[in-house]
Design a binder for this molecule. Sequence first.
Ligand SMILES: [Zn+2]
Length: 342
Amino acid sequence: MSLLLPTSTAGSLPKPSWLAEPQKLWSPWKLEGDALIEAKQDALRVSLQEQVNAGIDIVSDGEQTRQHFVTTFIEHLEGVDFEKRETVKIRDRYEASVPSVVGDVSRQKPVFVDDAAFLRSQTDQPIKWALPGPMTMVDTLYDGHYKSREKLAWEFAKILNQEAKDLQAAGVDIIQFDEPAFNVFFDEVNDWGIAALERAIEGLTCETAVHICYGYGIKANTDWKKTLGSEWRQYEEVFPKLQQSQIDIVSLECINSRVPMDLIELIRGKKVMVGAIDVATNTIETPEEVADVLRKALQFVDAKNLYPSTNCGMTPLSRQVARGKLKALSAGSQLVRQELSD
Ligand SMILES: [Zn+2]
């Protein structure tokens, strides 16, 4: 990107009320069949337009075509039974009833490629597409088949690589893998998590990103954050190995978190998507607050590698609040751009 401090979002944006119940995670669709397909495309257009109006540089589909950032992808794969459910603990934090792996997993046909091609047809701006990361996928299922988190992650990585190559061919500029599990299972991340991620990006020529956050602003996550103490040093556990990896961009939660900013030094050389918008509050940041986070980050990341972004997805927020936050992100980034060019 030739533009300094290109802005983007970490992922999801609110859905219109005619598509799914608003301000709710994993909200069911209000339509079905062809009407649903058309409504998803309309919502994608609206979401794109709102990003453009707010001055966002790297745009996305706002995840308008999926209910859940992990399971919507898995629903399209073979080998997972959504009727056969077991209760497991997700990210060591909250219990959930999840689908079971019952056979070899495979992808019979592309999952998001039509949606990505549609987004491509609607804009000339750079586009970013999010996929779940292999470790986070594993952590969302009960596995009675492979009986090995590592083996299952490796199989998912191969499938993700097929999907990523198709997305690249459809014109996606940046493919992002969401790996909130990287903030929890440090030993596994270092043993096989980053290796699985690199398997997922093998042979890609487009840019690649990994998003590692502390989760949506839901109660299970905000309660967990309260137990993490005065300094959140989780990133420190995985950054050294990530710095050595082939991933181009690392997307992080920074504003209103207790992550010491100097940890970014550990991924020197990588592009860093710095979360400068809090998704767990309805308060809209001022441009000055956004700029302040970016200025702090600039002590540890070169300006050409700094990508202002949001802490996480904004699905649970109202559309009005999300719009305000996107505008604040743009305005705050513009303040710092001006300072850099002075
Ligand atoms: Zn996130």
